[in-house]
Every structure is written in C-alpha cells, then in structure tokens.
Ligand binder design. Structure first.
Ligand code: AOF
Ligand code: ZN
Length: 363
C-alpha cells in the first residue's frame, strides 16, 4: 500500500460520519508503522473526538515513529476538543500525510506549520480532490457562515414538476426517491415554500433507515401554513421553522404552541428576505439546506445567488401542458447569455431515471 491507498482508506472511514458531524467536517485517519496499519478512526459525531485522536486511541501498539494519514489538516486550536497537533506531537508521530487544507480561520495552515516546526515531515495534497469533494459543505459554511444550498427537483423529460392539474406523485421511481432520502439525511435542513405545503401537504422527513430528519424550514411570508397541515401537526417531533415577514403575535403564538419556531424576517420584493434567512440559519449552525421549493422560491434563491448546487432528477416521461409547473419559474432571464451556469456536472442513472447534478458558477 502507498500514500494514496492509505488516504483512500482514511476517506472511506471519514464517510462513515456522513450526516452526523454537521456543522463540522467528516474526517478520517489511519496510522501506519513499518508497513502495518496500527490504528484507524473517524470523526463519528459533532462534538466527539476528532479523527486523529480516535485513530490514536485505537492504536494496537506505540504510535511513536508512525505515519499519520488524515483527510483534513489537523487542527491546532482549543475548541470543543483539544488541538490535534498536540496529540500528534505527544504521540511522537514522525510523518503526517494530509488530504485537504483546512480553511477554518482558526487552523488555515497553522496546523501544518506547528507540525513542521517540531520536525515532523508533512506531506499535503494527497487525494486532495476526493478529500475536498467530501467536505464541500463544511468549506462553504466555515468561509461564508451561510448554509450550502442544494436545489433539488424531480421533473419529466419535458421539464414539468407536476401535471396541469398539479398532480406530482410520482414523477421518479423508487431508486431516485431512495436517493432523495439519503440527501435529506445528509442535509441539516430542508426548505420549501408555503405553496408546496398548501398543494401537497408534505412531511419533509427522512425515510432512510437509521437516517435523521432535517430541520424543516417553510418560507411563509404571510403565515398561511394551515394549522392542520402535516408539518404543523408533527412539529413537536420534527424541528420546524416558519420563516415569515408577518409580525402577527397571535398567530405566531398559535404556531409556537404547536411546536414550530417562527422567525420574523425582513421582506424583500413581497417575499421573506432569503439572504437574511440564510444568515439566520448560518448563525444557528445550520450548514446545509436541501431546497425542495416550488418554482417561485427556487427562482428567488437562484436570482439572489444563494444556491450552490442543483440536482435535477429526470424521469423518461412527458407531461405536456402549457400550464403544468416547471422547477424554476419567477421572472427568469432575458437572454441565453444571462443563464445560470453549472460546472462539474455529473449524471447518475437511478433505475429508469437520471440524476443530473452541477455546481452553480458564480463570477
Ligand atoms: C472535527 N472533527 O475530526 C477534525 C476537525 O471546536 P471543535 O472541536 O468543534 O473543532 C472543530 C474544528 O476542528 C473544525 O471546524 C475543523 O476546522 C477542525 N477539525 N473537526 O469536528 C475532526 N479533524
Ligand atoms: Zn482536531
């Protein structure tokens, strides 16, 4: 096994934390001495030991002189956990191989410097692309303090998210819908507009085995969410936030006694100010949002530059209908040159459907 192989193993370990480490990163670590793996670990859950200390704790023999493979630059600050650089020095590690740099201002190169200053051989950028890809959400959140927003929708090949009567169950098949629930587990919050609540009465929960529910955020400018909707009826079990521009105290109290949190935010163009909402979500350590909005909300979020990634599930079907809804409505752009562009696109077959994904390009 070489450096790349060990780093790939560390990456595999890191992925085991998926959905549980938010808003902290997924990290994996492997300790190797004389060609043998003597310890391995990963960051299991937010607030628990960092991956490096997990690997040291799991050591089957003295780690003195060993090489540490870690997917992210070791931290050097006292946070919820003590600095990993100290644990590495105390353990007498000889060589540290790192995947991603840590853009966290508390770390950002300082971790690597401390190790080098103490005579440890440091190698960086091993499997960097894969390590960076794993923590896109963390990197975005730690540098902007706003959630990473994934705009998700399922549509037919002619670009409809419902038929002309508004019926939308189901567009995609089981494999695609299973994948959506994995993403609901991975994202800290899920967001929809009140229009979707009124039309579909959705639950917006995660139905993946062993998964966790995202916090539900409903953009409800006028506070129109029905008290007998599934969202309100389950608000005591599933965290729910109504984001509104309506300051009515009586209605607010009714939602609150049903278990919802109500955030009164500024209004912008007749709508809850989405940038203000993102700031508030970020302040509450919500690092990721799966946006399953209707066309109006989706356009507003895109127009304001708040979306990082788009996931289009495409079913090999046609609905037709001039009045049938499409995923992004609002005003739209005027010329093709003004289009929102996506980069690093991938396509994944899921049963008979396809998942087409891309990152929004901002200039
Ligand atoms: C983790 N797990 O395995 C590594 C992290 O104050 P704390 O303890 O929550 O520290 C979080 C920061 O530590 C995090 O933002 C990242 O910069 C660094 N590394 N964090 O939660 C880990 N290696
Ligand atoms: Zn650490």
């Amino acid at each position: 096994m070489n450096d790349t192989d060990y780093m790939n193993l560390a990456l595999e370990l890191a992925r085991r934390g998926m959905g549980w480490t938010s808003p902290n990163p997924m990290v994996g670590a492997v300790l190797v001495k004389d060609g043998a793996i003597i310890g391995q670990g990963w960051h299991t859950r937010y607030g628990e030991l960092h991956a490096e200390r997990e690997a040291l704790k799991a050591c089957t023999q003295s780690p003195a002189g060993a090489t540490l493979y870690v997917t992210l630059e070791p931290c050097c600050h006292q946070g919820r956990q003590p600095p990993c650089t100290q644990a590495i020095l105390d353990a007498g590690i000889a060589r540290v191989v790192v995947g991603s740099d840590d853009p966290n201002p508390l770390v950002a190169g300082k971790g690597l410097n401390i190790l080098r200053e103490h005579g440890i051989e440091v190698v960086t950028g091993v499997c960097k692309e894969a390590c960076d890809a794993l923590n896109q959400v963390f990197f975005h959140f730690i540098t902007t303090r706003r959630p990473y927003v994934v705009l998700k929708y399922a549509m037919t090949m002619d670009g409809k998210i419902a038929t002309r009567t508004g019926a939308s169950q189901w567009i995609t098949g089981e494999a695609a819908r299973r994948r959506v629930h994995e993403d609901r587990h991975r994202c800290r919050a899920i967001m929809a507009g009140v229009g979707t609540v009124l039309a579909d009465d959705p639950l917006l929960t995660c139905r993946m085995e062993g998964g966790r529910n995202p916090i539900r955020v409903i953009c409800d400018t006028q506070l129109r969410t029905p008290m007998d909707s599934q969202i309100v009826r389950t608000a005591k079990e599933v965290p729910t936030i109504l984001a509104t521009a309506c300051p009515d105290e009586t209605r607010r109290a009714a939602y609150e006694s049903a278990g919802c949190r109500v955030w009164v935010l500024p209004e912008k163009n007749g709508y809850v100010d989405l940038a203000a909402l993102m700031d508030r979500l970020g302040a509450e350590s919500i690092d990721s949002v799966l946006l399953e909005g209707g066309g109006t909300l989706n356009w507003s979020a895109l127009e304001q530059g708040l979306v990082q990634k788009v996931q289009a599930y495409i079913a090999p079907k046609l609905f037709g209908g001039g009045a049938a809804k499409s995923p992004v409505e609002g005003l739209g752009v005027e010329t093709p040159a003004q289009a929102v562009h996506l980069k690093n696109t991938t396509i994944t077959p899921l049963g008979e459907d396809f998942l087409l994904e891309g990152e929004v390009e901002y200039h």
